[in-house]
Design a protein around this ligand. Structure first.
Ligand code: SF4
Length: 80
């Protein structure tokens, strides 16, 4: 089983990739400016995830949806 350690991120706690102070997106944080250029809000992450999911559905790539166990993420207040 492959396990991965996550790096701590304390510069942008509102980032959608920040889970309990750990970055679940990046393996390297040596940014030239010292500021992460990959910051995305939780809402932006949710919206882009759903756009990607919908694109896979439109391409009939259910194999990838199942392989990566993807689901649509509901809007806040949206019924599922
Ligand atoms: S993507 Fe950047 S800002 Fe977001 S958690 Fe990772 S290092 Fe922090």
């Amino acid at each position: 089983m492959i396990t991965r350690e996550f790096l701590p991120c304390n510069q942008m706690p509102g980032c959608g990739a920040n889970h309990n102070g750990l970055c679940v997106a990046l393996d390297d944080m040596k940014f030239k400016t010292g500021v992460c250029p990959f910051y995305k809000s939780t809402e932006q992450c949710r919206r882009e995830h759903n756009e990607n999911y919908d694109r896979l559905v439109s391409l009939d790539r259910r194999d990838l949806i199942e392989k990566y166990n993807l689901r649509r993420t509901p809007d806040v207040g949206e019924q599922v």
